[in-house]
Write a protein that binds this ligand. Structure first.
Ligand SMILES: CC(C)(COP(=O)(O)OP(=O)(O)OC[C@H]1O[C@@H](n2cnc3c(N)ncnc32)[C@H](O)[C@@H]1OP(=O)(O)O)[C@@H](O)C(=O)NCCC(=O)NCCS
Length: 179
C-alpha cells in the first residue's frame, strides 16, 4: 500500500504523549547530535521531550499538536504555540515550535502536509501570519521552509545551558479566507 493511502493527519490526543516524547527525542538527536551526545543536548531532550511535558502541552489551550500517523504508528508531528512572542517585533501570530518527521519518512511530503494543516488551523482562527525559528546549521529546515512560502525575517539567539545557538526567524503571511 502506498504511503499516502496509509497516512492520516489528525489532532494529537492525551494518549499520544508517550509516543510524542519518544518520537521527539529520536528526531532531536538525529538532527542535532550528529557528532555524539553532550550534556547540553541530553539535558535539552530530557527537559522538553518527556511524556509528562507532552501531556501538559496537550492539556494546554494555547497549544495545538497534530500528528502524521502511518498505519497505527506516529511518523511525525507539528507543535504550534498560539501565545508566543516573535523576536521580530513586526511579526504576530502563532509559532511552529516543532515540526519533526522521523528519518525514514522524511522527504515524502509529511512535513508539507503537517505544515499546511497547522497553517489552515491558524487561518481558521483568524491569524494573519505564522512564524518559527530554525538553527542556522539545520540545512534540511533551511531548504524546506522557503519552498513552503516562508521568508527569513531575522535572527535570534537560543540558549542551552548558557551556550548560544544562532537561529533564523522565518514567517509566512496567511491569506484571509475568501480574499
Ligand atoms: C525539515 C523537515 C520538517 C522537512 O519535512 P519533510 O517531510 O522531510 O519534507 P517534505 O517531504 O514535505 O519536503 C517538501 C519540500 O521541501 C524541500 N526539502 C525538504 N527536505 C529537504 C532536504 N533535506 N534537502 C533539500 N530540500 C528539502 C524540497 O523542496 C521538498 O520537495 P521535494 O521532495 O519534492 O523536492 C524534516 O526534514 C525534519 O523533520 N527534519 C528534522 C527535524 C527538523 O529539523 N525540524 C525543523 C526544525 S525548525
Amino acid at each position: 500500500m502506498s504511503l499516502s493511502a496509509q497516512l492520516k493527519i489528525r489532532s494529537a490526543q492525551s494518549n499520544d504523549a508517550l509516543c510524542l516524547g519518544a518520537l521527539a527525542t529520536q528526531v532531536f538527536f538525529d538532527t542535532y547530535a550528529t557528532s555524539g551526545i553532550n550534556a547540553d543536548l541530553a539535558s535539552e531532550a530530557k527537559q522538553n521531550y518527556s511524556e509528562e511535558v507532552f501531556g501538559r502541552r496537550l492539556a494546554s489551550s494555547e497549544v495545538s499538536i497534530a500528528v502524521a500517523e502511518v498505519g497505527s504508528n506516529l511518523a511525525g508531528f507539528i507543535d504550534v504555540q498560539s501565545n508566543s512572542i516573535c523576536p521580530v517585533s513586526s511579526v504576530f501570530g502563532p509559532e511552529v515550535l516543532r515540526l519533526y518527521i522521523q528519518s525514514p519518512f522524511q522527504r515524502r511530503g509529511l512535513g508539507q502536509a503537517l505544515l499546511k494543516h497547522a497553517e489552515d488551523g491558524a487561518q481558521s482562527q483568524g491569524e494573519k501570519a505564522i512564524w518559527l525559528t530554525a538553527w542556522v546549521g539545520n540545512a534540511r529546515a533551511l531548504a524546506f521552509y522557503p519552498q513552503a512560502g516562508y521568508e527569513m525575517v531575522g535572527t535570534m539567539e537560543y540558549i542551552i545551558n548558557g551556550k548560544t545557538y544562532e537561529n533564523y526567524v522565518f514567517s509566512k503571511r496567511l491569506h484571509l479566507r475568501g480574499a
